[in-house]
Write a protein that binds this ligand. Sequence first.
Ligand code: HEM
Length: 458
Amino acid sequence: MLTLGDILDLGSRKAAPGPRGHPILGSLPAARRDPIRLFTQCFREYGDVVRFRFGPVIAHLISSPAGVNHILAENNKNYGKQTRGYAALRYVLGNGLLTSEGDFWKRQRRIAQPAFHRQRIGGFASAMVRAAEDCARTLSQKRGQTVDVHHEMMRLTLRIVGETLLGYDPSHDADDVGDALAHLLHIVNERTTRVLFFARPVLPTPENRRLRRAVSALDRIVLRIIAERRQTRGDDLLSMLMEARDADTGEAMDDRQLRDEAMTIFLAGHETTANALAWTWLLLSRYPAALRELREELSQVLGGRSPTADDLPRLKFTRMLLEESMRLYPPAWIIARSASGADEIGGYSIPAGSIVFVAPYVVHRHPKYWSDPEGFDPHRFEKEPPRGAYFPFGGGPRQCIGNGFAMMEAQLVLATMAQRVKFELVPGHPVEPEPSITLRPKFGLLMQSAGSPVAGAR
Ligand code: HEM
């Protein structure tokens, strides 16, 4: 919200160009209707710094790589997470790694970091491959039938994150967890673009009752996992969090904090990777030459066996394919921050208390930094992308802690599965990205499991 001081201050500096929108609501109705379209069109029309008004709130979309770097890294201290989206997420995730801030966040990040070190996550490779083999087996038995590939990827990544980081096998309630999380994300996203915003479900409306029920259902599951872990410690992330002690007070985390961290890992650790994989299967069905090249690489490097972590450096095309897929369909398609102090970006004024957005979806298509931005070409990743022009995992100190985990998982899943199955989109099935908190296929991804395995693959 703008103060009088900010308005006076704004008068003395240059305001960025942007759409006028509705006299009272500004661009809020357009953002509710189709935020991707709003941001993409305004970037094309107004450039690297666009000023919006959403009701009384001023927001800027920043799309130059230097501006992205300024917000996420160089001047990150000025750009916190006091935004609507994060406020609504806090109701579900509490004060976990994704939503917390300041010294508290720093401490939690320090404790969790070792669980994501390269060597440590290398140890998860066999669990990832086993889960992918099971998924491929189930789907190849359904050859000729229609499956929702997005749903299958959600189940798969939920199992992987559950087994490796939380020491939990979600196979018996995977659908409950998946459905509740998807439902929560949907409601959280819906609320952030309403005129009247409540981060918490204050009124006893049917939607609020559903929201509370979904949170309690997840709470029950997560608290059960924590109780089980207290009985038998493992060497997973949850056990590490349980064993951590505050350097000053010697205190351990209580069940509430453990719940918040576990819920965060559940959500952040499976939704995004599942979307990345689902979009990749779609692209492979649209571009048969890419599928051929992928299968040739898998045949050469693996010859029909499943991959291990040691194979990853040689699975170059597999990696580039995922990178290109996340360029076109970045699972975290937009990142929001609130400016605590006034700032200037690209010569334009950013008032204190206003919101800034950086959108991988927009910057990954910036014509100054990407040739043929809408085209699909995995080989463009043979060269390093320009700094700040590619950031599917965010940047600066709040960069995704699961970056290495996710890339390894996606590469192993794709390398395992693409040797055994392939998918064709069901004719006429609509494909539309739904820009919720993550970018998911709006109507699922109905595909037919088809085709024969590569030579030697079982
Ligand atoms: C393709 C997969 C993934 C993508 C695209 C992705 C993307 C992101 C992005 C963009 C952020 C930064 C958000 C911001 O700055 O506001 C983030 C943060 C985070 N991600 Fe991921 N992520 C992925 C997978 C994972 C996985 C597998 C895990 C855990 C196992 C994970 C856990 C987290 C956590 C805990 C944070 C908060 C980190 C912090 O603030 O310290 N993510 N992710």
